[in-house]
Design a protein around this ligand. Structure first.
Ligand SMILES: Nc1nc2c(ncn2[C@@H]2O[C@H](COP(=O)(O)OP(=O)(O)O)[C@@H](O)[C@H]2O)c(=O)[nH]1
Ligand SMILES: [Mg+2]
Length: 358
């Protein structure tokens, strides 16, 4: 970490052992999920600004590195994902400070569309269970479909399927009194967004894509939902969905932004959880203060409550300390979230359907 970064970094960092943030990607086969994850890890394991990812399993780090080398040297894209989901556990760092862990699993696209009764599709049941346990869901849309070359019906049916799965996950989380997951809509193969027409200015193309995404996935602008739309690109590979590409066309763009969004949202929710805890502790402290004052006044009138008074004083001391700690934890998480939000200034974040900073 540079001197400037350490000056900006809030301190201390949240304790990372407390929680691991679960990330799950949903998207049709070949929409670019595996390539996105591979390229994102390659980019963030080197580091972007002061942020970085480190795979906790040594061999998986090596495998991801080798796969990226094959792509950048020989142009070989990753093989299609099979029925065995690929689990990763990444440390997410700012400088030398580990802020959280990301448990990120890559499922094959077919898992999203399989029947749970299909004995061959054990990964489908795992995907559904995992969605309910996810803190952040990436809804992956292929830009090729957005620009209208793919059959509109397929696109709609995929968006409908994703929406059903997300709504089910919402229902389950609400039943378990858990916060809703944040949603990141990834427009993969963003090089293909240029296909709207050569004379369309880039800003208009993006506006048009955002409009289409909001129409396709109204769940992202639902009350209580925080969502982001991120066009991402691994390379200028064109439309062919080739298995081999020219390494010179690899030009990763904005791959880290969804990860930063996930981290920011998790920190904000954790800050809110600590703030709620602090409020509950404050309320208990106020109630106990009333009881303790009452006991003391009875004591002064000759009634004996010495034991209960001491007990109340001890508990009051504990409550005061716990409340201060909860406020400090909420504050630190808020500071880290603000720091990350600084990197997301250009990215459209929707909070309950309203665009942040709009
Ligand atoms: N044009 C373009 N094509 C891409 C990009 N990323 C991936 N692809 C293509 O999409 C295909 C499918 O990618 P993959 O990651 O296997 O999709 P998955 O089935 O969703 O995991 C790849 O073989 C590439 O040809 C990109 O950034 N731009
Ligand atoms: Mg895949």
């Amino acid at each position: 970490m540079t001197a400037a970064e350490s000056r900006r970094a809030p301190s201390p960092a949240p304790a990372t052992t407390e929680r691991t943030v679960t990330v799950t990607m949903l998207g049709a086969p070949s929409c670019g999920k595996t390539t996105y994850m591979l390229a994102t890890y390659a980019t963030l394991s080197r580091g972007v600004s002061a942020f970085s990812l480190v795979e906790q399993d040594h061999d998986r780090d090596k495998d991801l590195g080798d796969a990226w080398d094959r792509l950048t040297r020989e142009g070989v894209l990753p093989l299609p994902t099979d029925e065995t989901p690929q689990h990763h556990l990444f440390a997410f760092n700012y400088g030398a400070t580990e802020l959280m862990r990301l448990a990120w699993t890559d499922f094959r696209g077919g898992a999203m569309d399989a029947r749970l009764s299909d004995a061959q599709a054990g990964d489908a049941a795992e995907l559904v269970a995992r969605l309910a346990g996810s803190d952040s869901i990436y809804l992956v849309l292929d830009s090729d479909h957005l620009v209208g070359r793919a059959d509109g019906l397929t696109q709609l049916s995929m968006a409908r399927r994703m929406t059903s799965l997300v709504r089910r996950a919402f229902q389950e989380r609400l039943c378990r009194h858990l916060p809703l997951p944040s949603l990141a809509v990834l427009l993969t193969k963003a090089d293909l967004l240029t296909m709207y027409g050569d004379d369309t200015p880039a800003a208009d193309r993006l506006d048009r894509a955002h409009g289409q995404v909001r129409d396709l996935l109204p769940v992202m602008t639902m009350p209580g939902v925080t969502a982001v739309v991120c066009p991402v690109m691994v390379g200028q590979f064109g439309e062919a969905n080739a298995t081999r590409v020219d390494p010179r066309t690899i030009t990763p763009k904005d791959l880290h932004l969804p990860v930063l969004f996930t981290a920011e949202q998790w920190l904000r929710r954790d800050a809110a959880r600590y703030a709620a805890q602090a409020h509950a502790l404050a309320a208990e402290r106020q109630d106990l203060t009333v009881v303790s004052t009452e006991l003391q006044s009875r004591f002064l009138h000759g009634l004996r409550h010495g034991g209960r008074i001491r007990e109340a004083q001890t508990r009051l001391g504990y409550l005061g300390d716990a409340e201060r700690q909860a406020w400090a934890a909420a504050y630190v998480r808020g500071q880290w979230a603000d720091l990350i939000a600084g990197e997301l200034r250009e990215v459209p974040v929707y909070i309950g359907g309203v665009r942040r900073d709009a």
